[in-house]
Design a protein around this ligand. Structure first.
Ligand code: WTA
Length: 634
């Protein structure tokens, strides 16, 4: 096993080594893995093109490093523990051996249904072990998986299928989510009316929701694996072959297909999991994310399994059937590391501490957060009431594009500060620049967060659009990867993430591009134009505030707002539904027609003075009219 850091001195030493001699540092980490052929060079890169290659010319399969590497030592160790939505339904435990067999069998079933190395496979599934099996089976045969969060609408799903010309969809008859059953197969059917690349759909039976199976296209999962052997030889992958695509929102309308590749992603998800969470061999680790997001990819599936850990997967939601559900699960399995999002903490905090009191929570050693800045109050509630004051909180900063955690405390090692992601992990070289790209050196500075040296799990491209990748991440500041986040480095050199500096809103830890939401709102025939901004929301972190110019001739305001919400839900999904809509007579625009979002952001956050220079506005009066009517937002 690659060296695990145990002390603050150890961290400082490892960090220095990783910066001064990256080749030696990464060789030592990667040497503990199973490579079919080792690399010629550790890293080759330039951030102009950009062109990034890690473990150049090495050959491997990530699943051999999860299974074959551990089968002697961990065959009977639980790999996945699955807790269903309904607490009365039995849970499932899969050992490393069982997960291996099921992965290989499903890999063979994918092949039997025509999936080959390099093909794209969409996974649109609930949080069940089969979703992880599906990802691993794709990786086993070199198919590129693209998991789409099962809350996305048919239109969003079709966009993603079409963008990567996927060959197959893996789905289920329905999803259980709290007290609801969501008919997801129906969503897939609808999406496929607008897609032509899909040849087969494999459907897992989960909810017994009636579905229509299209002959020749749709197959039941249990039939697809019936009689299929679990002997499978892993496909040989180049270190830079694609492992998966994951779509994320950007500041323009179209979602971006972030591409991760095999070798580097494997090494850094493993390394960061091990060190940030300080996982020890008998621990039970639980991350509450959905596999539809990067956190689910890196810290439910790949990172933990590459470390031979036991990873818990939960199908349900924090408040069903009661708001103590998370804590009940922690006690039931004696969870040691618990990783969740600030929005979940705030939502549970809103129920008070009564739902927490019946549980001991004494197995917990480490708490983690991810996805958005955590406010100090939520941090303290988490620390005091869940961690009972004895569990370090790792506030982990990272992104879909970074693949793994980049800035975070190491649990119990790095002294923490509420709301601070603290220090960069070994291998990560952050730099803060002002808007002109000038480096802000030293401490007590605030600016744009960039990274100046590649790390193994960074994105390589955007699927089918390398130039968009260059423009989005590598063109704002020459020679640097730009994160899109603002950051402060305090007097101790600790990093505090301040949130997005671009037109992206972070709603309950989910990224939404304002343009994407506006495009959806504008689809309503009575909407003439709209502008969307984020505003502070007590539970979600940021809420969506939409200003819309509408034709009000034949609708009541309330009806129109409802219809707009339905339109957005249909086009993107419920997560993009505006929290507040204000019908406005006009929008603040520059003379060249650009909407001044800066002004709308201030209005939306209840700040109605000091707008800075408004002399460039086409019609300055419109600002006063919008402010006078903010009470109508609902
Ligand atoms: C934000 C999630 C503050 C940030 C892994 C980033 C955070 C975006 C933190 C990425 C954190 C993530 N503190 N902000 N600990 N973690 N963010 O791609 O704005 O869904 O750019 O990846 O979430 O969101 P994504």
């Amino acid at each position: 096993m690659a060296r695990k850091i145990h002390t603050l001195g150890g961290y400082i030493h490892e960090y220095q080594r990783s910066i001064l001699d990256p080749e030696a540092f990464w060789t030592q980490v990667a040497d503990t893995f199973y490579w079919q052929k080792k690399w010629d060079k550790i890293v080759e890169w330039d951030f102009e093109t950009p062109n990034i290659n890690w473990f150049v010319n090495a050959k491997l399969n990530i699943t051999e490093n999860i299974f074959e590497r551990f089968l002697y030592t961990k065959r009977n160790k639980p790999a996945i523990i699955w807790e269903p939505n309904d607490p009365n339904e039995p849970s499932i435990t899969l050992t490393y051996w069982e997960l291996y067999e099921k992965t290989c069998q499903f890999a063979n079933a994918l092949k039997a249904n025509g999936v080959e190395k390099g093909d794209r496979v969409i996974i649109y599934m609930p949080m069940v072990p089969e979703a992880a099996i599906a990802m691993l089976a794709c990786a086993r045969i070199g198919a590129i998986h693209s998991v789409v969060f099962a809350g996305f609408s048919a239109t969003s799903l079709a966009d993603r299928i079409n963008d990567c010309s996927a060959k197959m969809v893996l789905t289920s008859d329905g999803n259980f989510r709290g007290s609801k059953t969501i008919p997801v197969k129906k969503v897939v059917d609808e999406a496929l009316e607008n897609s032509s690349s899909i040849e087969k759909v494999i459907v897992l039976e989960r909810t017994l929701t009636p579905v229509t199976m299209k002959p020749g296209r749709d197959i039941w999962w249990h039939e697809a694996i019936d009689g299929i052997s679990s002997d499978n030889v892993a496909e040989t992958m180049d270190s830079e072959d694609m492992l998966f695509i994951l779509y994320t929102s950007g500041s323009t309308g179209k979602p971006k297909g972030v591409v991760h590749t095999c070798g580097g992603y494997m090494i850094y998800t493993y390394y960061t999991f091990k060190n940030v969470f300080q996982y020890s061999d008998d621990d039970i680790y639980w991350c509450t994310a959905d596999i539809g997001w990067i956190t689910g990819h890196s810290y439910i599936v790949y990172g933990p399994l590459l470390d031979g850990a036991t990873t818990l997967m939960f199908e349900g939601i924090p408040t069903h059937p009661h708001p103590g559900r998370f804590w009940e699960i922690v006690d039931k399995y004696k969870v040691n590391q618990f990783y969740t999002a600030p929005t979940a903490i705030r939502a549970l905090e809103a129920y008070g501490i009564d739902p927490v009191l019946p549980y001991k929570l004494d197995s917990l050693k480490v708490l983690g957060t991810v996805g958005e800045p955590i406010n100090e109050e939520a941090w303290h509630w988490y620390h005091d009431h869940i961690g009972k004051g004895k569990c370090p909180i790792v506030d982990t900063w990272w992104q879909t594009e970074t693949g793994s955690i980049l800035i975070s405390p190491l649990a119990g090692i790095t002294p923490t500060k509420p709301a601070y992601a603290t220090l960069p992990l070994p291998g990560v070289q952050p730099i803060i620049v002002d808007n002109d790209g000038k480096e802000l050196k030293g401490n007590s500075v605030e600016g744009n967060l960039c990274i100046k040296f590649p790390w193994p799990s960074m994105l390589r491209t955007l699927y089918g659009d390398h130039d968009r990748c260059r423009q989005t991440y590598f063109s704002s500041f020459k020679g640097l990867y730009f994160t899109g986040d603002g950051v402060k480095r305090d007097e101790d050199g600790y990093y505090r993430i301040l949130g997005r500096v671009d037109d992206v809103i972070n709603v309950s830890g989910h990224r939404m591009g304002t343009a994407e939401v506006e495009n959806a709102i504008n689809e309503h025939p009575k909407v003439i134009e709209s502008a969307v901004v984020g505003y502070p929301h007590p539970i979600k972190g940021q809420g969506i505030y939409a200003f819309a110019i509408c034709d009000m001739s034949d609708r009541s305001e309330a009806n129109l707002k409802n219809e707009i919400r339905v339109t957005v839900t249909n086009i993107i999904g419920p997560i993009a539904k505006p929290d507040l809509i204000q019908i406005v007579p006009g929008l603040p625009k520059t003379r060249s027609g650009k909407i001044m979002r800066r002004i709308l952001r201030k209005i939306a956050s209840g700040d109605s003075d000091n707008f800075g220079d408004t002399s460039t506005l086409l019609d300055p009066d419109v600002v006063d009219k919008i402010i006078a009517d903010t009470d109508s937002a609902s």
